[in-house]
Design a protein around this ligand. Structure first.
Ligand code: AKG
Ligand code: FE2
Length: 213
């Protein structure tokens, strides 16, 4: 399969700064062209080694309501909700999308990503509860690039103190960049919906800091 990753010229990917206090969140609606986004969506569904992970909650093993796959440089073992995940290697599509996210980050942050968490929301019953991406490995004020492929879903940011909520619909081919103090002041999540909807793949690119040994 041939990807024309930079089919969308940079100047068309104008970011929208979300009107949030104590946060820095930018939304690029057409970060990937429609053709590339369609092709990546189909390819990632079959290319990634999707796992159904479970969590221990109130003494019971509970299935996480989505499938996941963790990828990155070899040193990027990730601990998430008591799960320790050694990284799967980069695939060609993940590496191409990573390059696109780094290009979008370059004017403001110059972040290079070394890992990505892929989430597959199979239907409206799959979700992600409110959380902050504030694991110690991410360091202070992490830059996180979140890519959406497939069904658009509302992404809700909630201020930790005022509880004020802001919703951004994340569309097919979009990239959302969270930076600055966003993780310190807000939680974010994807709610379930009873509507009959299709699948969505989300990729959150991160830069993990290696702990001194
Ligand atoms: O699916 C999304 O848009 C959010 C994913 C997310 O918050 C995460 O992986 O930490
Ligand atoms: Fe998150």
């Amino acid at each position: 399969m041939q990807f024309s990753l930079f089919e969308t010229p940079d100047e068309e990917s104008v970011p929208y700064q979300l009107p949030l206090t104590e946060a820095d969140v930018r939304y690029f609606p057409n970060a990937l062209s429609k053709n590339d986004a369609d092709a990546f969506f189909e390819r990632l569904k079959t290319e990634l080694p999707w796992r159904q992970d479970t969590l221990r909650l109130f003494g019971k093993q509970v299935k996480i309501p989505r499938l996941q796959s963790w990828h990155g440089d070899p040193e990027c073992t990730y601990t998430y909700s008591n799960l320790t995940m050694p990284p799967n290697p980069w695939t060609s599509s993940l590496a191409l999308i990573k390059a696109r996210c780094e290009a979008l980050c370059s004017p403001n942050y110059g972040t290079k990503f070394n890992s990505v968490l892929a989430n597959w929301y199979r239907d409206g019953q799959d979700s992600m509860s409110f959380h902050s991406d504030n694991e110690p490995e991410l360091g202070t004020n992490p830059v996180i690039a979140s890519v959406t492929l497939g069904e658009a879903r509302p992404f809700v940011l909630k201020h930790k103190e005022t509880k004020e909520k802001y919703t951004q619909i994340l569309e097919h081919g979009s990239v959302l960049i969270m930076a600055g103090a966003t993780q310190s002041h807000y939680v974010h999540g994807i709610a379930k919906t009873a509507k009959p909807i299709g699948g969505r793949i989300n990729l959150t690119f991160r830069h993990l800091i290696q702990r001194a040994r």
